[in-house]
Every structure is written in structure tokens, then in C-alpha cells.
Design a protein around this ligand. Sequence first.
Ligand code: PLP
Length: 348
Amino acid sequence: MIAGPALRVSARALRDNLTTLRERLTPAVLLMVEKDDAYGHGVAWATPLAARHGVGWFGSHDITTAVRVRAAAGPAPRVLSWATSGDDEIAAALTHGIDIGVGTMEYFRRVRALSRRTGHRARVHAKIDTGLHRNGLLAAEWADGIAEMLEAERSGDVRLVGVWSHIAEAGDAEDDAAAARFRRAVARARGMGARLEVTHLTASAASLARPELRGGLCRIGAFCYGIRAAGAPLEPGLTLVATLRAPVVAVDRHEATVGIGAWHGLPTTLGGIVDVGTPAGPRRLTAIGDDTLTVEAWPGCHAGDTVDVWGPGARGESDPTTLAESIDTIGEELATRLSPHVTRVAVD
Ligand SMILES: *Cc1c(COP(=O)(O)O)cnc(C)c1O
């Protein structure tokens, strides 16, 4: 019987990445993004490790994940969730002390109402739309919105603790314009009397490449896990945390078939050159099926051998971003779409 595919997650690599990121970001503070089950690595594994390593802020899109992060992190760290959510989820967030990102006044009013009803005062981060048009108060509604939030704060219903936005990381000029809109919104809120604990704008790529755009917090997902941005090498000091190790399930003279578990509908047309790691070193990936890969065979290759589909490079394999680029998606997609049936194995 051949063991199935496994995602091997390295505690040392995660800790080293967190050390590197915290050093690079200082004096800004790292907020570790853990949406999609910590980018497929497992919230229950990644969170306690990061919390013990001193990470004091975590974030997730959805509240369900944020509640799991809270359970794994303990009561001390801040946890932020930014998806516009239903009332039951908002109530759960408040009960578990989760900060809430709000991007519309309709959502803010629901959060305020639930704060009153549950008796747990919400900590709110107000989002300004800096040009992406994906959620966020428009500049024209900002002053009225902040005024309403500050009035709610005076009534004891909520605390306005942060102002934030998301930039496209699309190019310097566009990002500069977004950052300028962001700074105006922050200044306006402060001028109106907001006592903000934090401001945050940038994710992985811009946080490192454009330090001048950072707020006090940097929301970092991909780089914590060593997943590089498309079209760029990984920053020095970061390494890939996960290795996807899968068994050879069949061999013919020229090719080995590797069982990877389901990809959940990712493209299967391979448009670039990707190497995987084999016991004999790097070998070319030649085809992607629904739940298998086909790889050039190597001398002595047999069923039960293992192939590292991606990993930190020890056997010559590529990283998930390289594979993603060859099928026209991004590295995070591969990590997060990996079937939950793929065993997660924690290694040091
Ligand atoms: C996913 C996400 C991030 C993290 O992005 P990375 O590029 O993975 O670092 C930051 N902020 C928001 C709002 C996100 O949704």
C-alpha cells in the first residue's frame, strides 16, 4: 500500500520567515494573514507557533476562520476579520474579541447594533476605498461615516481603533495615488478626533518593496509561508514553508504518474516549464491531470517513490508560484485549493 500525498509544513521555516519579516518591517508591526486555513497550511498548526514566536496580530477574511485563530492563539493577540458577514457571525466575532473591518455604513450599523445587543463593545477598523472599488467607504462618504462612528464611540457602543485599505500592488504610480488617498483619510479621521491605534494598507509585496507606503501594521499572508509573488523572486531570508510530497503510483518507460489528490478544478493545460523534485533530482513535469501529475521518469523509478511537487528546493523542485504561473493562476491558489484530504504533516 502506497501512502497518499502529504503537505509537509516546516515549523523552522515558518519561524525563520516570521523573524525575517518582523526585522524587515520594523517599526511597522506584522499582522499574519491566515485566511483559507492559513493558506492551506492549517490554522491549528500555524497559529500557536506564530503566537509563541511573538506575533501579536492575526487576520482572516472570514469570521469563522478568525474564531479558529482565536481558539488557537489564546486571548492575548489581536485578531482581525474583514469580510462583510451575517449577524450570527458578527455576534460570534464580538464574543471572541475579534476586531472587525467595516467597509460600508450598512455593515457598521449592524456591528453597532450587535455590540449593544451582546454587550461586547466592537473594535472597528474603518476601510476607505483607495481606488480598488472592492468594498470601502468612498471619499465622499468618509467624513459623515467617521462622524457616525465617533458618535457611536461616545455612546459606548464601539471603539474606532483603525483605518485601513487595500492597494492593488499594480504599479508605483497607481499605488502612490492610493497611498495619498489613504493618508488623507487617516488625517481626516484623526482631525475629527479619532484616537486610532493602527493604520494598515499594504500586503506582502508592497510591504517589503514600498516601505514608505506602510501603515503601523502590515497584513502579510503569502510571504509568511514563503510563497513568492508572481514574476518576482522570493525576498532574501524567506523560504517556502510547505513541501507537497506525493507518491509515484504508476511507471512506464518514459513517465511516472504521481497521485496528488484533487486540485478542485484548476486549469490542467501546462503552459510553462516546471521541475519537480525526485530521488534523482529535478525532473520535468509533462502533464497535469485531475488528480495526477505526469513526470519524466528517472533511472530505477518505481511505484512508491516520492516526488516533491513543490518545496524549498532540496531535490531541485520548483515552488507553487512557478507551477501556478504555468497554468495561469497564482501560487496562493494552489496552496489553498489543495484538497483537505491531503494529509498535513508537521516537521521541525
Ligand atoms: C489576502 C489579504 C492580504 C494578504 O495578502 P498577501 O499578498 O498574501 O500578503 C492582506 N489584506 C487583505 C485584505 C487580504 O485579503
